[in-house]
Design a protein around this ligand. Structure first.
Ligand code: ADP
Ligand code: MG
Length: 316
């Protein structure tokens, strides 16, 4: 009673603290207002999206926080808008220390366009970070990153998602000892499916990271993410050296080609059992794990839990 009376008195003195439920924008911490977002610089871009570093500064005194903001490159394309919408819906359901944190969204023009707001990782992606910091990163660090990626992926799978774009460019560095999976732009839910997702829209796919069943039947299983992890592990062990990159190495194997021809030739060499080579200085046991990710049949491949176990024994 006394508390209620006090509350009423306080509210009368300062009406702005009263919530009537209509002013969500100020109360919902996941709603970012466009007018308070100040762009600093570009962080990177992919096929559809671009990511910018911004300061979110609602008090306009530069005390705000740095955030990474993802938006579409070309506005108002229906398919891509719904892709970003789906990416936002996926990210906001994921809570894991090896997955980039969703912070909220910023809507514009009455909800017609929007941006994804996520935590900012100043060290960028593994693809930027590894070539520059080669000298301070030994094989144990690389194995630690591999374990962390597998832990994030195992969690993703437990939530019935398939990532479909696992690659070094989509793994972000939090600190020298910690990485997180980002870019859920191609991620699909397999809740209503039979353990795989079939893609309909034919887009620019990261074919050199794709398993045979993805290239041939457009079917994506959890084990297809394991294949892509194997390619990502290959990238780690080469420190993302451009000359040794999966596109460069496979192009050497199949010759220069474009479009569907590339896919056809790639499928052929994979069916012949040819694979990316063991990177220079890569321990035999680590290469063995890549090969177990690259078994032709999805159900012959190792899974993320199995990989974590092996890497942990290699570390200790
Ligand atoms: P796309 O779907 O266009 O590939 P990504 O989400 O992969 O977009 O982001 C593109 C690039 O932007 C990444 O490779 C990375 O270099 C940078 N980037 C993305 N998110 C962040 C972030 N949260 N912090 C720092 N850099 C980021
Ligand atoms: Mg990307």
């Amino acid at each position: 009673r006394a508390i209620e009376r006090d509350l009423v008195r306080i509210e009368e003195q300062d009406p702005t603290i009263v919530s009537d439920g209509t002013s969500n924008v100020e109360l919902d911490p996941t709603v970012f207002e466009k007018r308070f977002l100040k762009k600093f610089r570009d962080l990177g871009e992919g096929h559809f999206g671009k990511v910018e570093l911004c300061l979110y500064d609602p008090r306009s005194d530069r005390t705000g926080e740095l955030v990474a903001v993802k938006s579409l490159k070309s506005e108002n394309n229906g398919v891509e808008t719904s892709n970003l919408q789906r990416e936002i819906n996926t990210m906001r359901e994921l809570y894991h220390e090896n997955i980039v944190k969703y912070k909220g969204l910023c809507t514009e023009e009455g909800g017609k366009t929007f941006k994804l707001i996520m935590e900012y990782l100043p060290m960028g992606s593994l693809k930027d970070y590894l070539p520059r910091n080669k000298h301070q990163i030994d094989h144990n660090k690389l194995l630690l990153y591999a374990i962390q990626i597998c832990q994030g992926m195992d969690y993703l799978g437990s939530q019935n998602y398939i990532h479909r774009d696992l690659a070094a460019r989509n793994v972000l560095v939090e600190s020298e000892g910690m990485v997180k999976i980002g870019d859920f732009g191609l991620t699909k839910s397999i809740k209503d499916n039979e353990g795989y997702y079939r893609v309909k829209e034919e887009q620019e796919s990261p074919v050199f990271w794709y398993a045979p069943e993805c290239l041939v039947h457009c079917k994506f299983y959890r084990a297809s993410d394991v294949w892509s992890f194997g390619v990502t592990l290959y990238e780690l062990m080469t420190y993302c050296e451009t000359k040794k990159s999966p596109p460069a190495m496979f192009s050497e194997m199949i010759g220069r080609s474009q479009g569907q021809m590339t896919v056809t030739r790639l499928v052929t060499v994979l069916e012949e059992g040819r694979r990316l080579p063991r990177p220079t200085d890569c321990p035999e046991m680590v290469y063995t794990q890549m090969r177990r990710c690259w078994e032709q049949a999805p159900d012959h491949r190792i899974d993320f839990k199995g990989l974590i176990r092996v890497f942990q024994t290699l570390l200790s």
